[in-house]
Design a protein around this ligand. Structure first.
Ligand code: AMP
Length: 412
């Protein structure tokens, strides 16, 4: 019986795993330099944590959540996103007693979407969140972190930052009313999908991928003229600071994001190198969300980035690490080999025992696995209590005593 993996899931290993580990390493480094604290939360939560805050009419809640009844009939959902679980965790663990509270995390999310390149049903997200401040500089700080992070994992990648403001709740309500009226007037020219969204989720018509919808959206009212002076000021300050920092951005009045909880600043980092799943990082403000989840009335802002999409874009990681294979030519040379094996591994040099006891097979395996060195133990080495150490990158070879092996390998 051959058991297949579940559609939309994937295994991460080999060169992709190296990239994954590099992402994690850079993430921790950047988070530390901006003094964000890491948090891990469970991968499943009560369904109510997601259904209301994300929006009953959002695609995620309507079609994509993995929801099931536990044996005692509690409704449980595999987390489709990280912001609401992080807020839940911050409330549960009293982390909001000291604000601003800056958290980050990395972990798997689950959405039952149609799988394609860059879109999976289980995927990993990186999240950065700041709870407890409405200062525009928090928005800028998170954009700087996202920008620096992308540069650090993929220095050659070309990406663009898009920004928009959705204003406060009142601004957005007025805007949605007018937008609905406009789309109703043009209903015949909208795609079938968007016609259905006019009453339930009219904002999402603006970021539809259908060209018919895009044509209608071009002449739709723009949110900018609905912003209060406070919202406008917040937005202007962000733009001014990004300009001062030489972080390029493009204003996109059609950028609305998928979930209901967003307000004020929204932003996305996109690339042309990924096909249709082109958003690497998306984020925005969600003032009101912490209160909705049962905490104090505190503002918040954050972003999420897709690890699998980043992996698709990263350059191959060149092999600079050490890996020491062994070619032990006879069974009775094992104990002599073991001394070197133990010594090198105790110095944190990765060693590999291949169980082959044959020079040709050992050399071929070492080359297939990109080993940096091979320690050869034949008759001569065994008799003289020495080791031949061959550098597989430049071909040089030395005969050494046990005590010198580590130094030779590390200096090579
Ligand atoms: P969202 O929570 O939808 O704003 O997504 C944030 C980021 O997560 C996106 O920009 C993608 O990089 C990534 N992402 C979202 N959904 C998926 C998915 N189904 N598969 C892979 N990555 C995803």
């Amino acid at each position: 019986m051959k058991i297949q993996s579940i559609r939309g899931t994937h295994d991460i290993f080999g060169s992709d795993l190296k990239k994954f580990n590099k992402i994690r390493k850079q993430l921790v480094k950047i988070a530390k330099s901006f003094n964000f604290n890491e948090i891990h939360t469970p991968i499943f939560e009560s369904t109510t944590l997601f259904s209301k805050p994300l929006g009953q009419q959002s695609d995620v809640v309507l079609k994509e959540m993995y929801t099931f009844l536990d044996r005692n009939k509690d409704s449980i959902t595999l987390r489709p996103e990280y912001t609401t679980p992080m807020i839940r965790a911050a409330i549960s663990n009293n982390l909001l007693n000291s604000i601003p509270c800056k958290l980050f995390g990395l972990g798997p999310m689950f959405r039952r979407e149609r799988p394609q390149k860059g879109r999976y049903r289980q995927f990993n997200q990186i999240n950065f969140e700041i709870f407890g401040t409405s200062d525009y500089f928090a928005d800028v700080e998170l954009i700087i972190i996202a920008h620096n992070f992308l540069k650090s994992i993929a220095p050659n990648l070309k990406f663009k930052l898009f920004i928009n403001s959705l204003g406060d709740k009142e601004n957005l309500k007025n805007y949605k009313n007018d937008l609905k009226k406009y789309f109703l007037k043009n209903i015949k020219d909208l795609s079938e999908e968007s016609q259905k969204k006019i009453h339930s989720n009219c904002l999402r018509i603006l970021d539809s991928k259908d060209s018919k919808d895009n044509k209608i959206s071009l002449l739709a009212p723009k949110i900018i003229s609905y912003l209060s002076s406070e919202s406008l000021n917040h937005y202007e300050n962000i733009k001014k600071t990004l300009n001062e920092l030489n972080i390029e951005f493009i204003e996109n009045p059609f950028l609305v994001r998928g979930l209901d909880y967003y307000c004020s600043t929204v932003f996305e980092f996109k690339t042309d190198s990924l096909g249709s799943q082109d958003t690497l990082i998306g984020g925005g403000r969600y003032d009101g969300l912490i209160k909705l989840i049962g905490g104090q009335d505190l503002p918040g802002i954050g972003w999420a980035g897709g690890v699998e999409r980043m992996i698709l874009l990263m350059d191959e990681i060149s092999k600079t690490e050490k890996l020491i294979h062994f070619a032990i030519l006879k069974d009775n040379f094992k104990s002599h080999a073991l001394k070197a094996y133990n010594q090198l591994s105790s110095k944190n040099l990765p060693v590999f025992w291949n169980y082959k006891y044959n020079l040709k097979k050992s050399l071929s395996q070492a080359s297939n696995e990109n080993a940096s060195h091979i320690v050869i133990i034949g008759d001569n080495e065994f008799e003289k209590k020495k080791y031949t150490i061959k550098n597989l990158i430049n071909g040089s070879q030395k005969i050494a005593d046990l005590k010198d092996l580590e130094k030779i390998i590390n200096n090579d």
